[in-house]
Design a protein around this ligand. Structure first.
Ligand code: HAM
Length: 412
């Protein structure tokens, strides 16, 4: 028997309802903020991600699902930001929209070691606002993420923010880190020893206990920020405080993707355990130019839907779908039933029938399991009398209705 691929999940019909609820809430909140949906493809040229996320990042080094087709190498998208920036440039949206706000929902793929809350196919609900460096936009994006979480009925999360500054500031931060870590190299894991050479910022993210201990001992202040970047970050903090959005400044927050500059943030929840990030984001003011567009600021974030689902208190109430379930006995009745089923649906009445040849008792049980409001029973007697036997499963009442009156009866 075939099994699903490790790190993937079947989202079965009962669970789909909660997914749909989250998506429905997201759409309505995104609309409030005037974000528009965008749906880029699930595959892109692998080089797009190498270039955007950075050659030395964990995702590019170890986690991309690659498809080699002799001529080119494609990748299943590990995240949405790079694709959306590509789509923004390729479709000249900079010229048609200028400043534009997008949201997206869909599957992402990373070849990770699966564990609770960490999958190989997972889903993002995310937003990207492209074409502005205004600090007000940073505030809007973080407030949007906060508002979404409140509407998902998730409580007890922590918003951590930091600023990486512009490219020059990031280089200064790297130097500060190298200086402080230089004497502690022997305490770092092998991966971090390599990171020290290639990408020291990633050491701050390492989950290894020894590395975490070293990182705790680092003294990183915001002295690497230039005046403009410091002023920008101050405005962001002031705006969040004004809107009473709780946040914590974390000088160790750097994020694992190279495209970030300026404000970065991460939203965590302790109930998630080791993989405690519900969502994360930040500014990527150089990415548009790097991918061939005009220089323009941008910021976005993405939530991991599977992690949202572990935390949400939303409950699904089975909407009263007023299902009508048809049970027929004998060949003649089956033909009448087939016509009736078609007629009910044409009249916008939700209807289903027994296709398993069950006994009347079994079919009644199935109708009950399906949550049917009405059951229509048709046998030879009913056909002879030109009636249908209608049972109201809620009140228990049963009566015969003239066949030609049945739609009228069910519509009242
Ligand atoms: P990210 O932090 O890599 O950021 O992913 C965002 C969220 O996706 C994480 O906080 C987590 O909740 C979820 N996530 C990531 N990997 C997995 C996994 N293997 N299994 C389950 N959930 C996962 C980004 O992808 C950026 N593109 C976010 C962004 C948008 N930055 C700016 N714009």
């Amino acid at each position: 028997m075939f099994k699903r691929v490790s790190g993937t999940k079947d989202i079965l019909p009962d669970n789909v309802k909660l997914w749909q609820k989250l998506e429905e809430i997201s759409r309505s909140i995104f609309a409030l903020y005037n974000f528009k949906e965008i749906r880029p493809p699930l595959i892109e040229e692998a080089a797009l991600f190498n270039r955007s996320l950075g050659e030395s990042t964990e995702i590019v080094q170890k986690q991309m699902f690659l498809i080699n087709n002799k001529v080119e190498t494609y990748a299943l998208r590990p995240e949405g930001t790079a694709s959306i920036v590509r789509a923004y440039i390729e479709n000249n949206l900079d010229k048609t929209y200028g400043f534009a706000k997008f949201y997206y929902m869909g599957a992402m793929f990373r070849l990770e070691r699966p564990q609770k809350g960490r999958l190989r196919q997972f889903h993002h609900i995310g937003a990207e606002a492209i074409g502005s460096t205004d600090a007000g936009l940073d505030i809007e994006i973080i407030s949007l993420a906060d508002n979404l979480l409140r509407n998902f009925l998730i409580e007890g999360y922590k918003i951590k923010i930091n600023s990486l500054g512009c490219v020059n500031d990031k280089m200064k931060l790297v130097e500060i880190l190298r200086k402080q870590l230089n004497t502690k190299l022997d305490k770092l894991c092998d991966d971090c020893k390599n990171r020290f050479e290639n990408n020291p910022l990633r050491i701050l993210d390492c989950k290894n206990d020894d590395c975490k201990e070293v990182v705790r001992g680092l003294d990183i202040r915001d002295e690497y920020l230039c005046l403009d970047c410091k002023a920008h970050f101050d405005k962001v903090k002031e705006g969040l405080s004004m809107l009473k959005i709780g946040y914590e400044v974390s000088s160790h927050l750097v994020r694992g993707l190279d495209y970030y500059t300026g404000t970065v943030f991460e939203i965590t929840h302790q109930d998630l355990g080791a993989q405690d990030a519900i969502g994360a984001g930040g500014r990527y003011n150089n990415l548009i130019e790097e991918l061939g567009g005009n220089k323009s600021g941008a910021i976005g974030f993405a939530f991991g839907v599977e992690r949202l689902l572990l935390l949400t208190k939303l409950k699904i109430q089975d909407t009263d779908k007023n299902l009508v379930y048809i049970i027929t006995l004998g060949d003649k009745a089956r033909k009448t039933g087939l016509n009736l089923l078609e007629n009910l649906r044409k009249n916008n009445i939700c209807a289903d029938a027994d296709y398993e040849g069950k006994s009347i008792k079994g079919a009644m049980r199935k109708a009950n399991d399906e949550g049917a409001h009405f059951v229509l029973i048709i046998g030879d007697d009913e056909i002879a009398k030109d009636v249908i036997n209608l049972k109201d499963m809620v009140s228990g009442e049963q009566k015969e209705i003239k066949t030609s009156d049945i739609i009228k009866e069910l519509k009242c």
